[in-house]
Ligand binder design. Structure first.
Ligand SMILES: [Zn+2]
Length: 407
């Protein structure tokens, strides 16, 4: 089955060498898996942590039970089910030791565009060049996938319809409420849901998953995985912003990257300023700091801002310079897309802001509604009344809508 993905902002799929000069399928698969973990958890299913050191947390196909069932004369399908009792619903779809992924995704055509950013602060320019350009701090020659991407989706023979339904479910949630690929917090990975799987509604995808959970064949429990990435904790907001409100980002001196992108404004790669810090009112981190939110200067401790937006890469100067220990590194819970041009009107941009409620910040953000309120307040602070909220969705409602509103 062909799948056409039209991107609205470039993708970042960076491979092991951390470059992004071609599309790495593993980067896409990794983010699909990440979304699926959140969906499965959101429905009360168990999603293991495949990166865990603890073998009890990681799933593995139970070959012993499989062999035993075979010896007992059970038919193949039943023997496989016996082996699946130690495979969680996420590993069932995406594979784990002893169990192959239910589908393959091959990139067939991938148009590329030069990587570039827009930031109002010189220091941010240096930082972005370091993070994305590596050693030589040069991003001018880097390319990222952008445009009409063509993939081939090939499912294994077993449970092929289910694989397709779940693939569509993940793409729907990612397309409508988040993004795909890596470095989503930098605004990469917004895309249009592909029509090739349009026959699978959100409701159908969720019901197929619920039915699978109810069958009781797959692993349903294990050590608790501490994570905010649970769809019940997701909020996703979409705003329309008039072009003039983004003028600060479209001047020549804000641009870094290949010069031929300077005049291109279909999307504005300014997520860093929106999330972190920019001139004027831009910068959520800066805004929250002004409101008394704490940030760490201890390499072994995370404060409020570090939990919400990820720790700073370093702080202080000279002898006072510090950085967070690797064990304390954590991903941002808040994601700003790159504003992109509304198809019907070049004067209007669409901006998506989405976040997962961090359980550690109960005192600041007790509910998903409180998180929405904070994001809206920030948007008003930055854009005044020029940013119009188009939608605000709770992950809980996505799940309930999918379940036919019965829960
Ligand atoms: Zn698993």
């Amino acid at each position: 089955m062909d799948i056409k993905i039209r991107t609205l902002t470039p993708l970042w799929t960076g491979g092991v060498d951390r470059t992004c000069d071609r599309l790495h399928e593993t980067g896409i698969i990794g983010s699909l898996r990440w979304w699926y973990e959140a969906i499965v958890r959101g429905l009360g299913g168990y999603a293991c942590d495949p990166t865990s050191e603890d073998p009890k947390t990681r799933c593995e196909f139970d070959a012993k039970s499989y062999e035993q069932a075979k010896r007992d004369g059970k038919p193949e399908a039943e023997a496989i089910n016996a082996g699946l009792n130690s495979v969680c619903p996420v590993c069932y779809l995406f594979g784990t030791t002893g169990w192959a992924r239910l589908f393959q995704l091959r990139a067939m055509e991938v148009p590329m565009t030069p990587l570039h950013f827009r930031t109002t602060i010189k220091m941010n320019q240096g930082w972005l060049k370091r993070v994305f350009g590596g050693e030589n701090q040069n991003i001018d020659s880097l390319q990222v996938p952008y445009g009409e991407l063509l993939f081939q989706f090939v499912s294994r023979r077993s449970d092929a319809e289910y694989a397709r339904s779940q693939f569509a479910l993940i793409l729907r949630v990612a397309a409508e409420y988040g993004g795909i690929g890596a470095r989503l917090q930098h605004g990469f990975g917004q895309f249009v849901f592909p029509m090739q799987v349009n026959d699978i509604t959100l409701e159908r995808g969720i019901q197929d998953l619920q039915a699978k959970l109810r069958m009781g064949v797959l692993r349903s429990s294990g050590p608790v995985v501490e994570t905010p990435f649970d769809l019940r904790k997701l909020v996703s907001l979409t705003f329309e912003i008039s072009k003039s409100q983004l003028n600060a980002f479209t001047t020549e001196r804000t641009h870094i990257g290949k010069t031929n992108k300077r005049e291109k404004n279909r999307y504005i790669p300014c997520a860093f300023d929106l999330r972190y810090k920019g001139t004027g009112n831009f910068g959520m981190r800066q805004w929250l700091k002004g409101k008394g939110w704490k940030e760490t200067t201890d390499p072994q401790k995370l404060e409020e801002l570090d939990i919400l937006l990820g720790p700073r890469s370093q702080w202080g100067r000279g002898n006072n310079q510090g950085q967070i220990d690797d064990d304390f590194r954590t991903a941002s819970r808040v994601f700003f897309g790159m504003p992109y041009q509304k198809p019907e009107s070049k004067e209007v941009y669409i901006l998506r802001v989405w976040a997962f409620l961090p359980p550690e910040l109960q005192h600041r953000l007790p509910t998903p509604q409180a998180l929405i309120a904070m994001l809206e307040e920030y948007m008003r602070h930055v854009f005044d009344t020029k940013a119009q909220k188009i939608s605000a969705v709770l992950g809980k409602d996505i799940l309930e809508q999918g379940a036919g509103g019965t829960k």
